[in-house]
Each structure stands twice: as C-alpha cells, then as structure tokens.
Ligand binder design. Structure first.
Ligand code: IP8
Length: 254
C-alpha cells in the first residue's frame, strides 16, 4: 500500500491566504488516479491552515475564548481545501472518502494518542481511496492541538502495511542546506546522521523542516520506503508511481 502526502507548499501558495494551486491539484490528482494500487492520500494545510492557526495561537493549546473563532475558521478552511481535492478526484472518477482528522483523532499534550487506522483499511477493502488532512484536533490535556499531515503519515505507517510513502512538496527533495538557495541538486539519500544545515525555521505551526524530516526518518525506520519529491514538475509524481527513476531524495531509516 502507498501513502501520498500532498504537502501544503505543493497544493497552495503558502504566502497568500486561502490560495490553492487549483491547476496543480487537478494535475497531481490525475497523476495519482493513474496508479491502480491501494493508496491513502493525506494533505497538509498550506495557506488554508497555518496562517490562521498561527494568528489564533492554536498550536499552543486552548488558552482563552478568543481561540474558539480560530478553531472554527481553521477547521472550515481546511475542509474547503479538502473539498477542492475531493472534487478533483471526483472529476477523474476516483471514489474517495474524506476523513477529517478533527473528527477522529485524539491528542494528549501535543501527541497523537488515538487514530482509527482501521477505518482507512476498511475503505481500502471497498476499493475506495481514503483522504485525510492536517486539522485542529481535541487534546485531553491542552484542549486542542494541531495535528499535522506528517503525524497522520507516521501513524498510518505504524498501523498499516505501507510499502512506500511519497512526500510531494514544491522542491526537488532534501538539500544539504535548508532552505536551499536555488540551483542545487537535492541529496539522493538522507539518513539521520546526514549533515543538513537548517539555516532558518519555516513558519509552519506544526514545526520546522527538521521536525518534518524527523517524522520521515521515523516512518523509514518502520521499513517503508520514503521519498521527498517535487509535485510542481508535471509527470514527476506519475513517474514515481510507475517506479521510474526521478529526481528526488530517498529518506533512509538507518
Ligand atoms: O501542513 C497542518 O498540517 P501540515 C494543518 O501537514 C493545519 O503540517 C490545520 C495547520
């Protein structure tokens, strides 16, 4: 089984609130539709999740009444983004079931403690592709947390038999400097002991690039093959899904 994470940078313009990359979404969805095997699609928040979540301090937990509005806004906006993706699948005749993390996930102190991966496998058995996304979720000690698509990827990889995880981003892979200056080639393979210089933290409420990479190492350690690739280059995802060689970074679990 295959897990695909459509990262927020590939499906939205992260610098402009509520701006989806509709054409890229439609193309990526078509490329995914060409893969006949079992797959689960997870997507990130980009400019539908992170901007308002940061504005209302949602990643710090529930502190005061003013955040109620923010919880509602971020959950609504994430569902708007999800609907754009679900509609794109519908247009290419792929049956999908949308499963919002906020409806099924429980956190405690910022960590996922409950996630019903069996719901996903049940849909897969019916021949339906489950699609889920990072979301505002309940947290038994902090009130709320932000669950990232990467948290979900890790949990699904723990619970299900996942051969391959593909992280679709807006860059060619992982670089030895983050963020990359441009023009460099991505590292063909990274391991936990690879030297990567994180020059600046990115603005995501769910953590830095370093944290995302740690999640990928955790997934790779479970035995899944993990790749980071550029979804803005047409056909690259479909090539990856066909098993063709592409420009990307493999994340090693060693
Ligand atoms: O973009 C975060 O998911 P991510 C979702 O996968 C929200 O980290 C609501 C900010």
């Amino acid at each position: 089984m295959l897990l695909i994470k459509l990262g927020g940078s590939a499906i939205t313009d992260k610098s402009k609130p509520l701006t989806s990359r509709v054409d890229d979404i439609k193309r990526l969805v078509k490329e995914i539709a060409g893969f006949q095997g079992k797959k689960i699609v997870v997507h990130g928040g980009g400019s539908f999740g992170h901007i308002k979540a940061a504005e209302y301090g949602l990643a710090e937990g529930y502190k005061d009444e003013s955040q109620k509005e923010g919880i509602c806004i971020v959950q609504r906006d994430m569902r708007v983004l999800n609907q754009i993706i679900v509609d794109a699948f519908y247009e290419v005749n792929v049956a999908v079931a949308s499963i919002p993390a906020g409806a099924i996930t429980m956190f405690d102190n910022g960590q996922m403690i409950k996630f019903p991966s069996d719901v996903f496998s049940h849909y897969l058995e019916l021949g339906i592709t489950p699609i889920t996304f990072g979301d505002v979720v309940v947290d038994i000690s902090r009130g709320i947390s932000i669950c990232s698509g990467d948290d979900i990827m890790l949990q699904l990889a723990k619970d299900l038999n996942v051969e391959k995880c593909i992280f679709v981003t807006a860059v060619d892979g992982i670089f030895s400097n983050y963020p990359a200056g441009g023009g460099e080639k991505p590292l063909p393979i990274v391991a936990r002991d690879s030297v990567i210089e994180f020059k600046s933290e990115d603005v995501d409420v769910t953590g830095s690039m370093k944290r995302k990479l740690d999640r990928m190492f955790d997934i790779a350690s479970l035995g899944s093959k993990v790749y980071v690739m550029n979804g803005l280059v047409p056909d690259r995802l479909s090539d990856a899904l066909k098993g063709n060689e592409i420009t990307c970074t493999e994340v090693s679990g060693d």
